[in-house]
Design a protein. Structure first.
Length: 148
């Protein structure tokens, strides 16, 4: 179950309802290819990513708002239950991942993709525990720096 809200702007959505996210056409194409090559390595995260890809509103990379979490963005977010703050770069999976990067095929990575500053997402994790994140800031975004 997935629930996504705009913090302090919209009421909570029913669990299982995914608000349409915005993705760049470049990210959508690349992620569709990545997901098509993936097996069941992390089925919860893969299901969330597939759902986001199928429901996404697509825009040209040059039109991406600077507060949107895109691939290779550096994002600051808070885990809602614990109030712990984290900063990661959203990365494509692979053997060359570095410290400080989180794969888009992980639960956290798939959750962050397509959110904007101030948005929350809640889901039931593989363990059955309800999880939630809120985007605090997009510190770096490739599209805002002319990298597509």
């Amino acid at each position: 179950m997935i629930e996504q809200t705009q913090h302090d702007r919209h009421p909570s959505r029913e669990a299982g309802e995914l608000v349409c996210v915005t993705l760049s056409t470049a990210d959508h194409g690349r992620l569709t290819q990545v997901l098509s090559r993936e097996c069941e390595a992390n089925s919860h995260a893969n299901a969330l990513l597939a759902k986001k890809l199928s429901a996404a509103r697509l825009i040209a990379p040059q039109r991406v708002p600077p507060d949107l979490v895109t691939m290779n963005s550096r994002v600051l977010f808070v885990e809602i239950d614990t109030q712990a703050v984290y900063g990661f770069t959203l990365a494509y999976p692979g053997p060359n991942m570095h410290t400080g990067e989180v794969s888009v095929l992980s639960a956290v990575g798939a959750a962050l993709l397509g959110l904007s500053t101030g948005q929350d997402i809640h889901w039931i994790g593989a363990s059955g525990r309800r999880l939630g994140l809120r985007v605090l800031d997009v510190i770096y975004q490739p599209e805002a720096n002319g990298t597509y």
